[in-house]
Write a protein that binds this ligand. Structure first.
Ligand code: C2E
Ligand code: MG
Ligand code: MG
Ligand code: MG
Length: 289
């Protein structure tokens, strides 16, 4: 059954590719050509401190700028990139682009600015990830960036000695690990034992159901209690309303992310948006004084 599933997923990915480009070619070749043409772009979405709404950093989200088709959302091409192994060079390129654009503005970034990249299962057995992280950090003045890697449970990650060693090395480099979409996968609690997890990103589905029913409220409360007990930071994703923000803040979830605070934006717009955000905060402070 696993083989059949793999074949079906592969066929679907091939079909999506075919439709995207309107011409045949192996998914791997198509993605590689797109990478060479620098068609993958970083979008940044602010992450804010729940307490005061200040931006503390951003998550990097990949977009495929396909000429003639516009921006392709990652759900359509990331699975394909993972199956073909192209996700490794694609992520490396993404890290380089982010460093290139942000490093010249390092002094203006929030202190210890969080920059989060999504990584895939294949990264966990890729020794080059360590080098990529080292290079990323080296582009910035020391201590100015807190590099986060967001690990999804989309694919189950099997523990190996190599991956254990990799995460130890990443940790000594100061790289932090967050479990993404926490609460909807099957391996959640497993992961907490496997990796030195620094943060959990509560899946959007929990945030969406805030105020909907008591079962959802209990689930959210329990997630928060678990993280607190384990001394793990929490980030809530998909915050779209003031009511959700207030609820999460009352629960003492530390960081928030969602359309309510800012949508993912092309990286070139990030610095101007950050300055605007700072001015807005300053104005509010001035009014209060
Ligand atoms: P994710 O890492 O959980 O990222 C959060 C997703 O939620 C993003 O979708 C973001 O645009 C969306 N989002 C943020 N705030 C809100 C909100 O308030 N409401 C709603 N409805 N959605 C919100 P996006 O950019 O389409 O990315 C989808 C997924 O693709 C990501 O989920 C991540 O798993 C994957 N992905 C994105 N970029 C990369 C990458 O560079 N590498 C890998 N391996 N995966 C990536
Ligand atoms: Mg993520
Ligand atoms: Mg997520
Ligand atoms: Mg997601």
């Amino acid at each position: 059954p696993l083989l059949i599933l793999t074949v079906i997923v592969g066929l679907l990915a091939g079909l999506a590719c075919y439709r995207l480009l309107g011409r045949p070619g192996s998914p791997r070749a198509i993605l590689r050509r797109a990478l060479e043409a620098r068609q993958f772009e970083p979008f940044l979405q602010p992450i804010v401190r729940a307490g005061d709404g200040h931006w503390i950093g951003a998550e990097v989200l990949m977009r495929w700028h396909l000429p003639g088709e516009g921006l392709i959302r990652p759900d359509l091409f990331i699975p394909m990139a993972e199956q073909t192994g192209q996700i490794l060079p694609m992520t490396r390129d993404l890290m380089q682009q982010v460093a290139e654009v942000l490093a010249p503005h390092a002094a203006e970034l929030p202190p210890h600015c969080h920059i989060g990249f999504n990584i895939s299962a294949a990264h966990c057995s890729d020794p080059q990830l360590l080098e990529d992280c080292r290079n990323f950090l080296a582009a910035f003045p020391s201590g100015s960036i807190e590099l986060w890697l967001e690990l999804t449970e989309r694919e189950l990650i099997e523990p190996t000695e190599a991956s254990d060693l990799l995460f130890q090395q990443l940790s000594s480099l100061g790289v932090k690990v967050a479990i993404d979409d926490f609460g909807i996968g099957h391996a959640s609690l497993n992961y907490l034992q496997r990796f030195t997890v620094d943060a959990l990103k509560i899946d959007q589905s929990f945030v969406k159901r805030i105020g909907a029913d008591t079962l959802s409220a209990h689930l959210l409360d329990t997630l928060v209690a678990l993280a607190t007990k384990l001394d793990i930071d929490l980030v809530a994703e998909g915050v779209e309303t003031a009511a959700q923000r207030d609820y999460l803040r009352a629960l003492r979830v530390r960081y928030l992310q969602g359309y309510y605070f800012g949508r993912p934006m092309p990286i070139r717009e990030f610095m101007p948006a950050l300055r605007q955000h700072r001015n807005a905060v300053r104005e509010v402070m001035d009014l209060r004084a």
